[in-house]
Design a protein around this ligand. Structure first.
Ligand code: SAH
Ligand code: SF4
Ligand code: F3S
Length: 450
């Protein structure tokens, strides 16, 4: 990680739009700092000389979003003839050269692993006028070139590993972000410490499967995710620690013990199950069974009172029959999931599942998704309503969008809480007694102690 000198010569303006997961949010923020350190000024899309798109390829609809955005900016005259367009993120890695061939309006294509090269690619494009594709890079090179964040968020993301080697059969991520590789603990601690020294109160560790973290520890041995949790939890100034995502496959006892022992860890874990059918889990190559998943949720509930669990579900995986789907509904009836995500299976080119026969009509898949979402909604509503009357430790994030007299905060269990209070409380932890639950939002009143 280098500390850039502040350049005096302004090179142009840029705007970054991003889609997809939190790892893209992290990449976009770090790339923004990199551009600023190279003399660019962040602007609205209308005023940008460089438009940067950080894209997601996880489902076909996610992929379409970027092309629709470019078209709508072109129609609105926001993208002018001389606007440089750079497309990065997972679609860049997935389609590379083909993107430029199909859409000559794109000037630069890069990938999650080559984001740090963007300023140099822009210079090269300006010098030659030739469109460029640069999507290949070794390991963790990116992190050596991204500056430490200039203005970290109250809740700061810190990526602890790149890529994924699990190759779940439906998933494109291993092909876009490359094989899994963990960052050294020293670099993670340096970055987290920097964020905390510059205003962050919460650290949110990111990886496609944080449980399999195996970075080099400060003493030269290999760290586990549990040992990393203890080290980050001991950093001065940390008030809360979150992590995403945990594959149930290797959610080991030492991680559950860390959740039990470290109060600073938030009361919320996201554990994507995808399907409740053992047959489908095997076809997905998820490497756990529904019983193993239920044992894990029992262990988590036992480790921490009031822990909130959320999940991801895929409906209509090739070959899913009514009984498989019923097995998924059965899991939702047994585990009290809080706000979760569910999607219809999307065929991703080049993934093993793309070759499986998929005969279930779309209408049936839509109907299953609807039934699942009804059940998930009921479960989430019950979790929310059960919080009325409780006192929640909340990190005050800002002013409520709906009412300027109210503050918006996030409880440890990841619920949004609004309450009346003075803006001076922004950035602090406040105890809030929950008085009401409306849809998924909680309303409460601050509890001030003498
Ligand atoms: N690494 C995480 C998931 C990251 S992708 C994990 O293993 O749990 C985020 C979510 O997108 C997944 O949990 C899955 O529910 C969904 N997803 C991934 N590929 C998909 C596909 N081809 N079709 C539909 N949903 C998909
Ligand atoms: Fe995709 Fe599976 Fe890796 Fe998650 S663990 S990113 S679903 S391949
Ligand atoms: Fe999407 Fe890539 Fe994240 S495909 S979900 S942006 S890792």
């Amino acid at each position: 990680m280098f500390k850039p000198a502040i350049p005096t010569l302004q090179k142009g303006t840029f705007h970054i739009a991003h889609w997809g997961c939190q790892m893209n949010v992290y990449d976009a923020m770090r790339l923004s700092d990199l551009m600023v350190s190279h003399g660019y000024v962040e602007s609205s899309p209308e005023n940008a000389s460089v438009i940067i798109l950080i894209t997601c390829a996880v489902r076909a609809k996610a992929e379409d979003k970027v092309f629709n955005q470019i078209l709508s900016w072109q129609h609105a005259g926001i993208v002018r003839d001389d606007t440089l367009i750079a497309l990065g993120g997972c679609v860049g890695a997935e389609l590379g050269q083909a993107l430029i061939k199909e859409n000559p309006r794109l000037n630069i294509v890069f990938s999650p692993r080559t984001a740090h090269r963007l300023p140099a690619l822009i210079e090269k494009f300006k010098a030659t006028g030739r469109n460029l594709v640069d999507v290949e890079a070794q390991g963790l090179e990116k992190f050596d070139f991204l500056p430490l964040e200039s203005a970290p968020a109250l809740s700061s993301f810190v990526t602890i590993m790149e890529g994924c080697s699990n190759k779940c059969t439906y998933c494109i991520v291993p092909y876009t972000r490359g094989p899994e590789i963990s960052r050294p603990v020293k670099d993670i601690l340096t970055e987290a410490r920097h964020c905390l020294e510059h205003g962050a109160r919460e650290i949110h560790l990111l990886g496609q499967n944080v449980n399999s973290f195996c970075g080099e520890d400060t003493d030269g041995t290999t760290a586990s995710f549990a040992s990393l949790l203890y080290e980050v939890a001991a950093l001065p100034g940390i008030e809360r620690l979150r992590f995403t995502t945990s594959n149930p496959m290797d959610f080991t006892d030492d991680i559950v013990t860390a959740i039990r022992d470290l109060e600073v860890i938030a009361d919320h874990v996201h554990v994507p199950i995808q399907s409740g059918s053992n047959r489908i889990l095997e076809l997905m190559h998820r490497r756990y069974t529904r019983d193993a998943y239920l044992r894990l949720t029992d262990r988590l509930y036992a480790a921490r009172d009031g822990i909130s669990l959320s999940s991801d579900f895929i409906v209509g995986f090739p070959g899913e029959n009514e009984q498989d789907f019923e097995d998924t509904l059965d899991i939702v009836r047994r585990v009290h999931f809080d706000q979760s995500f569910s999607f219809i299976y999307s065929k991703r080119p080049g993934t093993p599942a793309a070759a499986l026969p998929d005969e279930t009509p779309l209408e049936v898949k839509k109907e299953r998704l609807y039934r699942l979402q009804e059940l998930l909604d009921t479960s989430a509503r019950e979790c929310t309503e059960a919080l009325v009357g409780s006192v929640q430790h909340c990190l005050v994030e800002g002013i409520s969008r709906k009412d300027a007299g109210e503050l918006k905060a996030r409880a440890s269990n990841n619920h949004v809480v609004v309450f009346e209070g003075s803006p001076e409380l922004i950035g602090t932890m406040v105890k809030v007694r929950i008085t009401e639950s409306i849809a998924h939002t909680l309303r409460g009143e601050a509890v001030y102690e003498d």
